[in-house]
Design a protein around this ligand. Structure first.
Ligand code: GAL
Ligand code: ZN
Length: 669
């Protein structure tokens, strides 16, 4: 791959195939903007195989060649995300069945059964041909497998596959009945054939079934993807990726990482309108995802899609204000992306996405967006030596999909919303306000190498999580565990005994109850007299308030109201050569900044930059020898930087004196 950041994005020129002049016009614009990479073929199946078994790669071949002549690299997609009509008409089994057992009609995209042998076979044949034709083309640099895998199918083929998957997992139906507690409501299964996927017209209140179904959907999707990968690998060694989605609840992406060479994801934040327009929260929320995707493989990832202007599917097609495009793009780079790619290079002239932002709009003229992209291209070339470097975080926060499925699928303790993401964002902001890099990891990700590990609402402990957390603290790590952790096992059965399961002695306390506070209702966390962190302020608690009985821990904050007044809202315990902190509720944002500021030095983590005001973030990429520091300001006003921040450092981009709103400073340290 090239020494420069990949800059460009999705390009679907088959929409103006009969207008070669448009393609040439686009190429001129690409050069003006410094575009060096396009993603082709994402939705081209109907052109590649107009009739069953008749392949026609002439247009694709022409476009790839034309890009090559212009020095533009191609990320080549397999087009399985949308199928041609002939396929659905001849083989209805390729169409999805919904959870209420209705077969879908042809239409939309991602509307296929990932179990169907016919679908798998047709995709295999096409992918192999693509591999043979283009797997060695000089300017093709990677395979983009399908597009945003997602959704589920409840057809008879999928039911069978699910039953087989359960058979392997449980061995016997008796074991499944026991683990799921099917004695409840007399739902004992006589054999695996009794099992049906969750349905609104059938079983939809069995949380263990729901959880295993979600796991199966991930398993089957990864299996489908692996077959696609095998097919493109037939004649090609190029690296493979698939584009993933923001906090997507339908799949556990941690299970995809091993099958892919690099991770990529599609990033569509609501700049200007999300979180009441607070850009700091948008930036933090976004950064959580960048860190999550980076942490999947602990190496550079690709920003595969982002919108250069305004999306057409969000509540508001809010224009990116001048500067936002650059800040958002460099945020991805700061967190470890080796690309800035957009959806899309040129607008469709009709169809669902005709109003979706693009670098080139239907006027074909040079626009404001294009000018900003041109400037961004220059910036990316200025910082190109950063490419390939990695982020080495010493702190991590757990964001575990399976646990969230189980926690969010359970009836209680707060069906009006557990606010996991909000809680996570507050914690993340608190950590980042210390000027440190943070990995966002699954609970099965190794913990060694971290000095601080935060475990927010990890409802499910599986695969010996409690043992690994215990060892982490015993070995000198700083562990922070919040409310509603260690409740259930991998089948969503409640652990017997003290909770958080297996950690009561590590935390020096155990949970007795958890109280749900209605929207708008709060409690207060007040400083415990003489607390070890020297906390002096009171903070608002909301959403959930856990009540715990202390054994060896000492309180840091205590509840100020209600019958559990005086019970710990935060506590600290020494364990082995480490320390374990406990937080009992969702506290206001400011708490997490104060809390982490008071413990960070004790964790032994050296901040990238310290003393950051709210909205200014610092991150660091390293190539083993050189460190590249990124500072970004997502607050609404300019920040004057302390002269010590970059003193003696080589400035790569931006000013070391002042960081404008949405400005970025990059220096080598
Ligand atoms: C993505 C998708 C693209 C395009 C884009 C519009 O989710 O992969 O094909 O639809 O959204 O924002
Ligand atoms: Zn199916």
């Amino acid at each position: 791959m090239s020494a420069e950041f990949h800059f460009g994005g999705d390009y679907n020129p088959e929409q103006w195939m009969d207008h070669p002049d448009i393609l040439e016009e686009d190429i001129r614009h690409f050069h003006r903007m410094g575009i060096n990479t396009v993603t082709l073929n994402v939705f081209s199946w109907a052109f590649l195989e107009p009739e069953e078994g008749r392949y026609d790669f002439s247009f694709l071949s022409f476009v790839i060649k034309r890009m090559g002549e212009e020095g533009i690299s191609v990320i080549l997609a397999t087009p399985s995300g949308a199928r041609p009509k002939w396929l659905a008409a001849k083989y209805p089994e390729v169409l999805r069945v919904t959870d209420d057992r209705r077969r879908m009609l042809f239409g939309e995209r991602h509307n296929h059964c990932y179990t169907s042998p016919v679908y798998r076979e047709k995709v295999r044949l096409l992918n192999e041909r693509l591999s043979e034709e283009f797997g060695h083309a000089e300017n093709v640099i990677a395979w983009h497998i399908s597009n945003e895998y997602g959704g589920e199918c409840h057809c008879p083929l999928c039911q069978d596959a699910f039953r087989n998957w359960l058979r392997k997992r449980y061995g016997s139906i008796e074991e499944l009945n026991r683990r799921w507690n099917n004695a409840f409501w007399s739902h004992i299964c006589r054999s695996f054939d009794d099992i049906e996927s969750p349905s609104p017209i059938g079983e939809h209140k069995n949380p263990s079934l729901a959880l295993d179904w979600k796991r199966f959907v991930t398993y089957q999707t990864v299996d489908f993807m692996s077959e696609e990968i095998k097919a493109v690998r037939k004649y090609s060694e190029l690296p493979v990726t698939t584009n993933m989605m923001y906090d997507y609840d339908g799949l556990d992406y941690s299970r995809f990482a091993d099958s892919l060479d690099f991770i990529s994801w599609d990033n569509y934040p609501s700049w200007g309108t999300g979180f009441g327009g607070d850009g700091v929260l948008v930036a933090a929320d976004n950064a959580i995802e960048h860190d999550y995707f980076r942490s999947l493989k602990n190496k550079p990832f690709f920003l595969m899609e982002s919108c250069p202007a305004a999306t057409n599917w969000q509540p508001y097609s809010h224009l990116k204000r001048p500067g936002v495009l650059e800040a958002a793009s460099l945020e991805a780079v700061a967190h470890g992306s080796d690309s800035v790619l957009f959806f899309q290079m040129r607008n469709s002239y009709a169809g669902y996405e005709k109003f979706h932002g693009a670098l080139i709009d239907n006027s074909g003229r040079c626009t404001r967006v294009m000018k900003e992209a041109e400037e961004l291209g220059k910036k990316l070339r200025m910082i190109s030596r950063v490419k390939g470097s990695i982020v080495h975080a010493e702190a991590a926060v757990i964001n575990d999909r399976e646990s969230r499925w189980a926690m969010e699928g359970a009836a209680g303790p707060r069906n009006a919303g557990l606010h996991f993401r909000d809680n996570l964002r507050r914690i993340y902001l608190g950590l980042r306000s210390c000027g440190i890099d943070v990995d966002v990891i699954d609970s099965e990700h190794p913990f060694d190498g971290y000095k601080l590990l935060v475990v927010p609402m990890l409802y499910m402990f599986r695969s010996g999580a409690e043992q690994r957390l215990r060892e982490f603290a015993a070995d000198g790590g700083t562990l922070v565990v919040t409310h509603w952790s260690g409740v259930a096992d991998e089948c969503d059965a409640v652990y017997p005994g003290l909770s958080p399961h297996g950690l009561a002695d590590v935390l020096g306390l155990y949970r007795t109850e958890i109280d749900a506070l209605a929207d708008g209702k709060t409690n207060t966390a007040v400083p415990a007299a003489g607390n070890k962190l020297g906390m002096k302020r009171s903070y608002e608690c909301s959403v959930l308030a856990e009540v715990a009985e202390l054994t060896s821990a000492s309180p840091v904050l205590v509840y100020g109201d209600d019958f559990y007044k005086g019970y710990p809202a935060a506590a600290v315990n020494s364990y082995g050569s480490g320390r374990a902190y406990y937080i009992a509720s969702m506290l206001e944002e400011g708490f997490y900044a104060d809390f982490f500021a008071s413990i960070i030095a004790g964790c032994g983590i050296e901040p990238v930059v310290s003393g950051l005001p709210r909205g200014v973030f610092a991150s660091r990429r390293t190539d083993g020898e050189k460190n590249f520091v990124f500072m970004q300001n997502f607050s609404a006003s300019e920040v004057i930087l302390d002269s010590s921040v970059a003193s003696g450092c080589r400035i790569i981009a931006g000013s070391p004196e002042r960081l404008p709103s949405y400005g970025t400073l990059v220096f080598e340290k």
